[in-house]
Design a protein. Sequence first.
Length: 232
Amino acid sequence: MVTEQIPLHFSWRDGLSFDNYAVSGKNAEIIHHLQHTAAGGSAAEQFLFLWGSTGVGKSHLLQAACQHAAEHQRTVAYLPMMALMGLSPEIFDGLEQMSLVCIDDLQTIAGNAQWDEALFHFYNRVRDAGNRLLVAANSAPPALKTQLPDLQSRLLWGPVMQLWELDDAGKITALQLRAKARGFDLPNEVAQFLMRRSTRDMRSLFTLLDRLDEASLVQQRKLTIPFVRGLV
């Protein structure tokens, strides 16, 4: 989604919401915190650090938080650092005035002296402005190779929460939610077939699902096991 207040590279992907994220028992509390922070309630955390391995849904949840905040008429910026690290650290300038800023893939800039210093000052400005900051990385703050001890302390200002990988049943639910969001049905037997034939991290499974969806549209075929077998 892009609003008039948000430059294009600070926008987020439409269609990623809390409703189409498959929640496991261990992750339910995290969703609760993210929803509160995104909505901006008085009891919401000002800072929150989310971490977990590749494919557990960190980017989905940060963009869902952006969507949720926008639905509550809040100004939002989403910064996928893997895509933005080629820009200047000055991209943080002025973003403390946004109601919510979500910084994704922090590990890609952690340890770079210029980025570390810029992020340190940005944390301070967000605190002073009274706005909200959500950060995601592939490891907890102590494992990030930041150059500034004071930045390490800022990363720990709010709750640090680990996002856990889904079990197989949860992954099938996640695939079916993604399919529904794209406008088609994914039968259980087909989802189970994909689980047997693919690497089981969610990023690989979603990439495969997107490819199958495109093929089904081109060939005007439903996703059945005979059809899918010829493509995977």
